[in-house]
Design a protein around this ligand. Structure first.
Ligand code: ATP
Ligand code: MG
Length: 392
């Protein structure tokens, strides 16, 4: 449900005038006549009742203003998104796409709620980019339906594309234009006025740490800077839904932080985020819900915490010794899947008590010292590996 501001104001005014009329007119007339026709408490405290009516007017007006402010920030409808957290932003049903004999996406169905950060995880070749390309109207599905903010993408692609912003896997900025020109071009594509484009350009380039370089050609930018320009273009029109295909892949910590901050800021303002990433820790920190896909199919879809608890039985132990120990020697009936991690070893176990006792005995037997030992609960990475067969 979406109210526009004028409609909201009219409703507010009607409520205000009605309340004022109901409370004050009979009271005022009885006050003039000096008769306590209703209740003495009303006539004796008439100024209080007027005050009450004015406070009510102020509260209603401020709440309308607040919604207008959110609306002007661009990412919330005057009322719709504030109340629409559980309404679907993206609805996908039986989505299928093949390239020759390869079935890249195989009958996927899922829903992303408004205001959610939805993580789309899967190993290389799982079908993430193919799915995003279909959801953003770049690639036509063989089968299935897609609704974006309630709009059928196949029937009304232009209207659906107007409410989304896309950061594709390969980037989509023009090297022969400056950062500001890229933003101006994208802004005009979405029908924004020159003044609005100038305001948004300054805001966004400043937030992304690129304002100083705004007049330089994008071809002279580093990979991380190009990616930030790509994000700037995707959000210039304040989209309701943002699609990002591995936005932080291969970037340094600072660029990654700027991008993650931008995603979170957009989301706080009501933007729904559909994010594919290889960075499982990032998905764990950012996403309310994650969908793990494998070979074109959904393997699991849930909140990170619920997915982790599915694999509750398995715990990991990170251990380092002052000398090298053969990985094979560490495996026993309660320890499985020994991996090297820099100077540490990560072991998987379903019985941490027995496993730790075994490791201590083993260290004594080999005459080596344990430098560090940490037991960790189930991780999203563990869930990911189990669901996608990578942990077997
Ligand atoms: N245009 C295309 N022509 C032929 N095959 C394609 C095409 N695009 C994708 N595929 C195939 O579809 C499958 C899914 O590819 P997709 O790019 O969607 O994977 P992904 O999950 O994004 O992987 P990555 O993590 O490597 O980006 C792969 O087997 C890929 O080879
Ligand atoms: Mg991809």
């Amino acid at each position: 449900m979406t109210f526009n501001f004028n409609q909201g104001l009219t409703i507010a005014q009607i409520i205000t005038f009605t309340v004022t009329a109901i409370t004050s007119v009979p009271l005022f007339s009885s006050y003039l006549r000096g008769v306590d026709t209703i209740n003495p408490i009303f006539t004796h405290h008439l100024p209080v009742w007027f005050g009450f009516a004015f406070i009510l007017i102020a509260i209603i007006k401020i709440s309308i203003r607040k919604k207008l402010i959110l609306n002007q920030l661009g990412l919330k409808d005057a009322w719709g998104n504030l109340n629409g957290k559980n309404e679907p932003a993206i609805e996908v049903s039986n989505l299928t796409k093949s390239f020759g004999r390869i079935i890249a996406v195989n009958g996927m169905s899922f829903t992303v709620s408004k205001g959610e950060i939805f993580g789309f995880l899967g190993p290389n070749g799982a079908g993430k980019t193919t799915t995003i390309r279909m959801l953003t109207g770049i690639l036509a599905p063989d089968k299935g339906s897609i609704k974006i903010d309630g709009i059928n993408l196949a029937k009304d692609p232009i209207r659906a594309k107007m409410v989304i912003g896309v950061i594709p896997e390969a980037g989509n900025v023009y090297g022969d234009l400056t950062a500001k020109q890229n933003l101006a071009l994208t802004g005009r594509y979405y029908g924004l006025s020159k003044g609005h484009i100038a305001k948004r350009t300054e805001e966004i380039l400043t937030a992304l740490g690129l304002y100083e370089r705004g007049d330089d050609f994008v071809r002279t930018f580093s990979k991380g800077m190009k990616q930030r320009v790509s994000i700037a273009c995707a959000i210039i029109h304040e989209p309701k839904i943002l699609f990002l295909d591995e936005p932080t892949e291969g970037l340094d910590v600072q660029s990654r932080r700027l991008i993650v901050d931008t995603i979170q800021r957009m989301n706080k303002l009501g933007c729904t985020v559909f994010l594919t990433t290889h960075n499982i820790e990032e998905a764990n920190r950012l996403c309310e819900k994650v969908c793990i896909i494998n070979k074109g199919k959904i393997a699991a879809i849930d909140s990170p915490e619920k997915l982790k608890s599915t694999f509750e039985k398995t715990q990991t132990i990170e251990i380092s010794f002052n000398q090298r120990i053969d990985k094979e020697a560490l495996s026993n009936e309660v320890i499985f899947g020994v991996e090297s991690m820099g100077d540490k070893l990560r072991l998987h176990t379903d019985n941490p008590d027995k496993a730790v006792k075994y490791l201590v005995a083993l260290a004594q037997e080999h005459g080596v010292e344990i430098v560090s030992l940490v037991t960790c609960g189930p991780s999203l990475e563990e869930a990911f590996l189990r669901l996608t067969g990578g942990g077997e």
